[in-house]
Design a protein. Structure first.
Length: 441
């Protein structure tokens, strides 16, 4: 089959997988194995010495995962992908694949609460400093750069602020200093291609829209193959200094020689971080995510279409103080959705319910079809109150920086019929505006 650039085809046929060579089975098998038979002692030595690539141990690679990795890489227009146990592991590996103790990186302030905790507290204990820049002005990133800055990090469609990130603008700043941009594209697969706009690395929580069914946890890192790791050796020491755990290999030099491709980031993440830290994606979970990936392009169309209808309804409801959605932001921030998104504006929207926190609680508890869960991207519609759940470990200042106000409710719009989604929202909003029996008494 000729190579396709269409996501609907890539999701089903990407990665050159046609059938299982042993059985000719069309569906991707679950290779539930820890280990792989070596042909002989030379073959084993070559694999461990990176003189050739192949299966060694499922902590590092697996044939089921390999199909998923190739499809996600193709979907993002990248060259290589490494799957890991969760989206949080993907974010951790992305930073640790460039930063070591004494280094720093610059992140957007618009972040998922769990990522803020990882960056502000856990990585700090490892000696890696996160500096936060407000993305409303891309120049804020450049102001924080010093000679120990190794990378930039941001979310394409930050949850819950929903301000589309200025990918090209920040990427261009980074490349002036040989600093790669890592984009978390979890909330905007299919509709946004950060690598096409200058990002060097894409990470995903595969748990969300790509998996789509709320059944498995997983994450990945996609290497765009578009960043020169050897252009400034002092800026990227992990790719230009000998790695003594691999006989003094210099990753920026040896990987292109071995593979013929500029995928040093992906190879190092696999053979160093997965080898040493673990956190692999289980083959069973990879298989589950493949099932979701096959329909992800179709689901994203329905997610986005439904969300547009929901936003139109919410902006007119008397008990809604404010609606937060990518296209509703004013000025340049609102224009970014047009610039970076194709085929939809995402499935997430936020609302401020009139009446504050108590009204917000009543709204959530009155929902009948929506699930009250700590997730996004399911086929089913979901709702949550971030300030008391997903972002509850942040300070008041951090909450406001992330766009989380006390009455904010986040909605992840599913693929149910839009009339049924709107009907559930309407009855819950109507209930939120009614006085409680205690107040009446």
């Amino acid at each position: 089959m000729s190579k396709s650039t269409n996501p609907e085809t890539i999701a089903l046929h990407g990665g050159d997988y046609r059938s299982d060579p042993a059985t000719t089975a069309v569906a991707v098998p679950i290779y539930r194995t820890t280990s792989y038979q070596f042909n002989n002692t030379d073959h084993a030595a070559n694999l461990f010495g990176l003189k050739e690539f192949g299966n060694i141990y499922t902590r590092i690679m697996n044939p089921t995962n390999d199909v998923l990795e190739k499809r996600v890489a193709a979907l993002e227009n990248g060259l290589a992908c490494v799957t890991v146990g969760s989206g949080q592991a993907a974010s951790t590996f992305a930073i640790m694949n460039m930063c070591q103790s004494g280094d720093n990186f610059i992140s957007s302030t618009d972040l998922y609460g769990g990522t803020v905790n990882l960056f502000t507290h856990t990585l700090k204990k490892l000696g890696i400093e996160c500096r936060y820049a407000d993305p409303s002005d891309p120049k804020n990133f450049e102001k924080l750069v010093d000679d120990k800055t190794r990378c930039f990090y941001a979310e394409t469609l930050p949850n819950p602020y929903l301000r589309v990130f200025p990918i090209k603008e920040v990427s261009d700043i980074g490349r002036k200093h040989n600093i790669p941009l890592i984009m978390d594209n979890t909330a905007a697969p299919i509709i946004c291609k950060p690598l096409d706009h200058g990002a060097a690395i894409v990470v995903h929580s595969l748990t969300k829209f790509i998996g789509g069914h709320g059944t498995v946890i997983g994450g990945c890192l996609v290497d765009g193959g578009n960043f020169d790791w050897t252009a400034d050796p002092k800026r990227q020491p992990l790719y230009n200094e000998p790695d003594h755990s691999y006989g003094g290999a210099v990753w920026g030099e040896v990987v292109p020689q071995l593979t013929g491709a500029n995928v040093a980031f992906a190879v190092r993440a696999r053979v160093c971080l997965l080898r040493d830290l673990g956190a692999p994606l289980a083959p069973d979970n990879a298989w589950g995510i493949i099932q979701g990936l096959e329909t992800a392009p179709l689901r994203m169309k329905q997610h986005c279409s439904n969300a547009e209808k929901v936003v139109d309804f919410l902006t007119k409801h008397k008990n809604v103080e404010r609606v937060i959605y990518p296209t509703l932001h004013k000025g340049e921030v609102g224009n970014r959705a047009k610039k970076y998104f194709k085929g939809g504006n995402g499935a997430l929207c936020g609302i401020e319910v009139k009446g504050g926190v108590e009204a917000g609680k009543k709204f959530i508890e009155a929902l009948k079809m929506f699930y009250h869960v700590a997730n996004i991207g399911d086929a089913r519609s979901l709702a949550i109150h971030p300030a008391t759940t997903t972002h509850s470990q942040l300070t008041e200042k951090e909450l406001l920086a992330a766009g989380v106000t006390p009455g904010y409710v986040r909605l992840s719009i599913g693929i149910e019929h839009p009339d049924d989604i709107i009907a559930d929202l309407k009855q819950a909003l109507d209930a939120s505006g009614k006085p409680s029996l205690k107040a009446v008494g």
